[in-house]
Design a protein. Sequence first.
Length: 278
Amino acid sequence: MKKLLAGLFLSVLVLALAACGAGKKEDTNGTDGKENVTLKVGASNVPHAVILEQAKPILAKQGIDLEIETYQDYVLPNQDLEAKEIDANYFQHIPYLEKEIKDKGYDFVNAGGIHIEPIGIYSKEYKSLEDLPEGATILLSNSVADHGRMLSLLEAKGLIKLKDGVDKTSAELKDIEGNPKNFKFDANTAPEMLVQMYENNEGDAVLINSNYAIDNGLNPMEDSISLEDKESPYVNIITVRAGDETKPEIKKLVEVLTSKEIQDFIVKKWEGSVVPVK
């Protein structure tokens, strides 16, 4: 009888342990059995979304399911971030974010810098800046936040002179003091349309952000007649609502995007057209 009872007790104990084991969720992603966190990030198609796609499997192994929402413009990503349609965005540089906050009152912060996209000067007719003729028309973005950067590039290349004491990150066309070749500046084109203007041979030269250039099949290193220096302060960043920068999934996103693996991918993929910050 004692042996029978002992056997029955042992059988019950084994079944109970098995049931406990079956009830525990198997940990397959390194998150101690917890379900993955979903992180939705808005991004420009190229290079931002491409970089995020490269980071997606790395983040998945660390318990973060990355969803990427792509945008064609510079307005909706911030609107959707404010509306909590997305958790973060990755498309803008610091001066643009600062202007958006000033103009629209967004309560956003920079969660971390990832890369720089040098602006290029493109021309169908002329092979160098020196070839640009007297009175040439130069097309700029109608995004005022880009004007300081573009005018600083033109000044750095010796084409214009800005007024002394002007904050070059916020310089405007009215701040041009010297214009030796009497260039005409047309700032009426949306940034996403500048490639089309270049392809249509509009203007004598067109200044184009590298993300739009690359997205439309241009190679800034080969197709531009001049390129912004790699030391540009216009770092593209992960932007979040204030307070969210301390969330573990946001910190992990920035950590992965600035990892050697992703930064090496950027260098190999774009060969200088997109430059990692680290």
